[in-house]
Design a protein. Structure first.
Length: 246
């Protein structure tokens, strides 16, 4: 007899965070991936980051044109340079791809199609591109992807621009592409509150991935971090490894 709550193999735990620093998330999702087993539920973490540029494994420092006061860190995700900041929703996907029956190409396609389906529900026509992962609206990029596969499971994920300040994108060549225009949901005439937007996006992603979304509480690592912040301790004290800052 299963203890409550019971999750089936195709359930995915969806955890909705407020704003979380990149380093804490990076370590926590890597730790989850390193210690998960075949019975563990997949998880999606939905959140925002404070302003930061991240360089993926294919990233070249020369694509960071003028970082200014915004931190730049090396990341172990795929892809090149991207920007995260307020007004952008990030979805990290910790998925057992063998259980889902997906290879890397199938996974990327499912994620992109989930985003395209979500945008279509809002009246926005969007496409993906064979030469540059992500989702585009009339040539302008609205969503970025960067994944890592480790021990048969994924981490990192996607970012979609809601109503963010686009000026930091001019400080980089987004994903290594010179003069790549960017856009947001708001620029496309959509003004959804963050909570509604994120729930709708997750629903479309889950459908494409064959998952049943189950909203879950925030994890211990986040609660511990918040306690440290509240008590004046070191918010990164639980972290044993940090991305390399340039």
């Amino acid at each position: 007899m299963h203890s409550w709550p019971y999750t089936s193999p195709m359930d995915a735990l969806i955890r909705y965070f407020p704003q979380v620093d990149y380093s804490s998330c990076w370590h926590a999702m890597r730790d989850l991936t390193d210690h998960r087993d075949a019975q563990q539920s997949d998880e999606l973490w939905v959140l925002e980051h404070p302003p930061i540029f991240t360089l993926g494994q294919a990233g070249k420092p020369e694509h960071v044109l003028n970082a200014g006061e915004i931190p730049v860190v090396n990341s172990d995700r795929g892809g090149q340079v991207t920007y995260h900041g307020p007004g952008q929703t990030v979805v990290y996907l910790m998925l057992d791809i063998k259980r889902l029956g997906l290879g890397s190409r199938g996974l990327v396609s499912a994620i992109e199609q989930g985003i395209i389906d979500f945008l279509a529900s809002l009246g926005i026509t969007a496409v993906n591109r064979d030469d540059a992962p992500g989702v585009y609206v009339q040539g302008a990029k609205i969503a970025s992807l960067g994944l890592r596969i480790r021990r048969g499971a994924t981490y990192h994920g996607l970012a979609i621009n809601r109503d963010m300040d686009l000026s930091p994108w001019h400080r980089i060549n987004p994903c290594g592409h010179v003069d790549q225009p960017m856009t947001t949901l708001k620029a496309q005439g959509v003004d959804l509150d963050r909570h509604s937007m994120e729930q709708q996006l997750v629903s479309f992603l889950a459908k494409r991935l064959g998952l049943t979304p189950r909203t879950a509480a925030l994890p211990d690592w986040y609660n511990t971090r918040q306690e440290n912040v509240t008590t004046g301790g070191d918010p990164g004290s639980a972290l044993t490894q940090q991305p390399e800052r340039l």
